[in-house]
Design a protein around this ligand. Structure first.
Ligand SMILES: [Zn+2]
Length: 94
């Protein structure tokens, strides 16, 4: 698990998605965040594939699939953005 500080960006277009300050240990092995850097930087869409109801998270700039958001995250948002690590590129902070 990466402990580096910085900004997680969309690997496809460089859009800023998540700050490492909002990353938390979810125990799932997936990078998990409780909020995006700005709500307009991600799009969410209901995903009913595989017989499940989930909310898909996409990059608002290029539409790349990022992962899913679940309503069982920590405070303050109560959300858990479960993001595929291959969709993210860390831009480290100095
Ligand atoms: Zn993008």
């Amino acid at each position: 698990m990466s402990k580096e500080k910085g900004m997680y960006k969309c690997v496809a277009c460089g859009n800023e998605l998540f700050d490492s300050n909002t990353k938390f240990e979810s125990g799932t092995g997936w990078p998990s965040f409780y909020q995006p850097v700005q709500s307009e930087n991600v799009d969410t869409e209901e995903d009913r594939s595989y017989g499940m109801r989930r909310t898909e998270v996409k990059c608002s700039a290029c539409g790349a699939h990022l992962g899913h958001v679940f309503p069982d995250g920590p405070k303050p948002t109560g959300l858990r953005y479960c993001i595929n690590s291959v969709a993210l590129k860390l831009d480290p902070k100095q």
